[in-house]
Design a protein around this ligand. Structure first.
Ligand SMILES: [Fe+2]
Ligand SMILES: [Fe+2]
Length: 169
């Protein structure tokens, strides 16, 4: 057995410190997904108007995908000998995805979704970077999730573009 601190095996005893670091990143990601699920449920129900329908339906589909992400992050925390936190540890951050004053203000929702997806993209890009050469399995998983978030962001940027073209944003 090698005595070096970097065995290349994230599951090894000597990788405990690196594992804790990865678990910290995964825990943040887990909470981001949980909050996104909450925000998308509210915003898939609250908005009024004909124009809001498509946005609501799109968010409704995303809820399942974001929930799946949260479950993947939780499972990976467990695999790395961590503990998935309880709800009392939750701290909300998505100020930009609170219900607008007027429920026909769908542009507020679109911009909020873009900001949430951008936040996820930034954090997951960081996880991909920090797990490089340390934990390829987490890195692989997060690359796939990052791809999903890029798709979500791109879709809502398209929605925003349409509202801008119509002079509504
Ligand atoms: Fe997600
Ligand atoms: Fe997303």
């Amino acid at each position: 057995m090698s005595e070096t601190a970097t065995s290349g095996d994230i599951m090894a005893d000597e990788s405990a410190e690196q594992r804790d670091q990865v678990i910290g990143l995964l825990t943040k990601a887990y909470w981001m997904e949980i909050e996104t699920v909450m925000s998308y449920i509210a915003n898939s129900v609250n908005p009024d108007g004909v124009r809001a329908q498509e946005i609501k339906e799109s968010l409704e589909q995303d809820i399942q995908e974001e929930l799946g992400h949260a479950q993947q992050f939780a499972a990976r925390i467990k695999e790395l000998y961590g503990v998935v936190p309880g709800s009392l540890d939750f701290e909300a951050e998505q100020t930009y995805l609170q219900p607008p004053g007027d429920q026909v203000d769908i542009v507020h929702v679109i911009r909020g979704v873009i900001e949430a997806e951008q936040g996820a993209i930034e954090h997951y890009s960081r996880v991909v970077e920090e797990t490089d050469g340390i934990d390829p399995v987490t890195q692989d998983m997060v690359i796939a999730i990052l791809h999903d978030e890029q798709g979500h962001k791109r879709l809502f940027e398209g929605f925003l573009r349409e509202y801008e073209a119509l002079g509504l944003a």
